[in-house]
Design a binder for this molecule. Sequence first.
Ligand SMILES: [Zn+2]
Length: 341
Amino acid sequence: MTMTATAEHPARDARAGTPPLQIEAVQFVRPASKFERVPCYYCQATESVPFLTAQDDLTGKPGTFTFITCAGCGLRYQNPRLGIEHVKPFYDQEYIAHRKKANWGPLTGFFNWVMDRHDRQKEKLVLRYVALHPESEVLDVGCAVGTFLQRVRTRYGARVAGVDFKDLRGCPSLEGVEFHCGLFYEQPLERERFDAITMWHFLEHDYDPVRTLQTAKDLLKPSGHLVIEVPRLDSLTFRLYGNRWPGLQAPQHTVLYDREMLLRMVRKAGLEVVDYLPYGAFPAFFYFFAGAAFKLLKGKGLNLSKAIYPYFVGQMLFAPILAFEKHLNFAMQTVVCRREN
Ligand SMILES: [Zn+2]
């Protein structure tokens, strides 16, 4: 399985002067492509200029993936993209957010601390905008195995719901979570139900982000808040690593947001921006570490069980710099919104 832009566009391989009829014949006999071209998610324009090509640096699966800059609005997004059915294999057992259990040998405690810390940071962020108590309704879009929701449920007694396009029912961490499997905007969820909707590293995977944001707006109570964290394209780690930047995460990431485009996107969906943060709950150190590893590995894939030792050491060495994570635009961004009044 080689997924290249060339395979997607046989016509571009045709030599100059080849009669058009022959090009059409070549296209006709090729099997249906896994790729599809899409107009801009923000402005619907179809004209673009190349931005960069990326590989699946995390798992090392074959293929090159193309990101473009929209000529209409400047949005950077993957085009052509994998059809939604064909991207599913990339969310497999190796996909870290879907790991149900991990055994990392002597560093299991460290791994669990990192994962727990991630959920604690999410909780802290949400609490700045939303009071959590037994009457609260919280929805996490792209909830994966649901550890964040489980934390909110057990600590505050909140009613929690989650959506993920991968069927993760049966995970112990989803016990007590109202789990919906499928595309977010197709779920039969009640309007004006939620006090908080969270999207932790979801929107950059989305196949229709404006529709997603409009759906979230409809599901929020008039006083409710939507918290969105995504990788930040105009960040230090992107400048360091370029086409090996972990925030590209090809082919799963469909859209790359800089600050301006993230804010424009939420406003387009009719949301009002309450706050913008140049960091998130996700550890920026992961991007420093993984970017350096991706540079060295050149698309061979990162063996997480081998990487955990250097990750552990690096985290210790980087601690003084990471203390400034909230002030130095390393890798992440968070926007907090509410319905426009
Ligand atoms: Zn555009």
